[in-house]
Design a protein around this ligand. Structure first.
Ligand code: GLU
Length: 451
């Protein structure tokens, strides 16, 4: 059996980190088991589905490095959904219902008021042919419900262990709406059954659907796939992600300069018992992937933690891995390696290297403080500017000399030099920046001139 997972977003909004995590776990599961991941675009809600959201899903998966191995849109399979509907009617598992949404909600309210669970009462099963004809004569069109077997339905959840649901506690699900369109339940089961999906991994909000879906697989003569339900992902404040995507959209993280590998490393381990660490590549996540390590408790997505991981992740990149982007920020090809060596530990996002390149190449408006010590240090620095070529040993030899001349050491020595040379109080090690800044710019900045 070849493992086939699937990621099935509805293109009614941008992917948020919770969706991305579902996609990633499906991809990792497939890769870890030598299988494939299907992308199914759940576009049966034609009013809310949008092309730009479909494009966004594809772009986000590509960016994360987890493109699907096959993909289709649910609306392409409308004839298959219709055929399944006919079969289910023929075998007596579907029955027509005529209640309006208002009637159904009034009935639910009455059940709740009487302390009973708001389960559909199957009133439509009692309708005679004459009743139905009379209802249709008033212009009502039927929606169709799937008659659940009144039995215990169970599965071994990949995340949560054994789950038993008594189908008597569930409403018979609607499979066809009054306008003839298939619902999510029908379309998803028909597609999963007919396209060979072996593992359905999705959010815990779908647990309540699973028992009915298992019965529907059986009614269609198919074996049900394995199911795994991931616990909720909450935002840093503990709220659910579905409503307020905002900055937790994958596209936002990309624009904010997060590395796709950092996002993947973060989402692959969030909510598991494993430490969240930078990784060498997606392969490392595949090799260490074990779905049973996901817990049942909701996990919180704190963007500040992701930024920290991003900073650690980029420190692992070598110059070759960032060359194109640093060249794009203006760093000359031959300085990429020493420049990256100097700044990698001082930034959280690669784009921030641009600021440090500006400090190297200028123009920088030096910060010169007027106190006596600073003035003495800067004067000594100007007088003893070493001849080029400069390398990483230049800084310590030069500053030792300045210390000898002035008797100033520690912060009193280094602060005025750093402020003059970089216009900043903190930053990458000067022994590494200095050879790139070079003697001409250094001399000008020590004299207070922009360079
Ligand atoms: N389109 C559904 C959703 O986004 C898919 C659910 C499923 O994975 O079955 O919730």
């Amino acid at each position: 059996m070849t493992v086939k997972t699937r990621f099935a977003p509805s293109p009614t909004g941008r992917l948020h980190v919770g969706n991305a995590r579902t996609a990633l776990v499906n991809w990792l599961y497939a890769r870890a088991h030598g299988g494939v991941m299907q992308l199914r675009i759940d576009d049966t809600d034609r009013e809310r589905s949008r092309e730009d959201y479909v494009a966004g899903v594809l772009a986000d998966l590509d960016w994360l490095g987890i493109p699907a191995d096959e993909s289709f849109r649910q609306t392409e399979r409308a004839d298959r959904h219709a055929a399944a509907f006919e079969r289910l009617v023929a075998c007596g598992r579907l029955y027509p219902c005529y209640e309006t949404p208002e009637e159904l909600s009034a009935r639910r309210a009455a059940q709740l008021a009487a302390g009973r669970p708001p389960v559909y009462d199957r009133a439509a099963l009692a309708l005679s042919d004459a009743d139905r004809a009379a209802l249709e004569a008033t212009g009502r069109r039927p929606h169709w419900r799937f008659r659940l077997d009144d039995r215990e339905t169970s599965w071994e959840d990949l995340v949560r262990g054994r789950i038993d649901v008594h189908a008597g506690s569930l409403s018979d699900p609607v499979l066809i709406r009054a306008d003839g369109a298939p619902t999510y339940t029908l379309a998803t089961v028909v597609d999963d059954a007919e396209t060979g999906v072996t593992h359905v991994i999705r959010g815990e909000d779908h647990i309540t659907n699973t028992a009915a879906q298992i019965q529907l697989f059986h009614a269609l003569g198919a074996a049900e796939p394995h199911f795994g339900h991931l616990a909720w992902l909450l935002d840093a404040g503990g709220a659910g992600l579905s409503k307020r995507v905002g900055s937790l959209a994958v596209a936002e993280l990309r624009e904010d300069g997060m590395e796709p590998l950092a996002v993947a490393a973060f989402l692959a381990r969030l909510g598991t018992s494993d430490a969240i660490e930078p990784v060498a590549g997606l392969d490392e996540l595949v090799a260490s992937f074990d779905i049973s390590r996901f817990g049942r408790a909701a996990a919180r997505f704190d963007p500040a933690d992701l930024v920290q991981l991003n900073a650690r992740q980029i420190r692992r990149l070598d110059a070759g891995g960032v060359r194109a982007r640093l060249v794009g920020l203006g760093v000359p090809d031959d300085l990429v390696a020493p420049f990256w060596d100097a700044v990698a530990g001082n930034i959280e996002r690669i784009a921030e290297a641009g600021r440090w390149w500006q400090v190297v190449a200028g123009p920088v408006t030096p910060v010169i403080e007027a106190d006596e010590t600073s003035q003495a240090v800067l004067a000594a620095a100007r007088d003893t500017l070493p001849p080029e070529p400069w390398d990483e040993t230049t800084w310590s030899a030069w500053t030792r000399g300045i210390q000898g001349l002035t008797g100033v050491k520690g912060r009193g020595l280094f602060r005025p030099l750093r402020l003059a040379l970089t216009a900043a109080e903190h930053g990458p090690e000067l022994k590494k920046l200095l050879p790139m800044i070079g003697a001409a710019r250094a001399a000008a900045r020590l004299s207070g001139r922009d360079a």
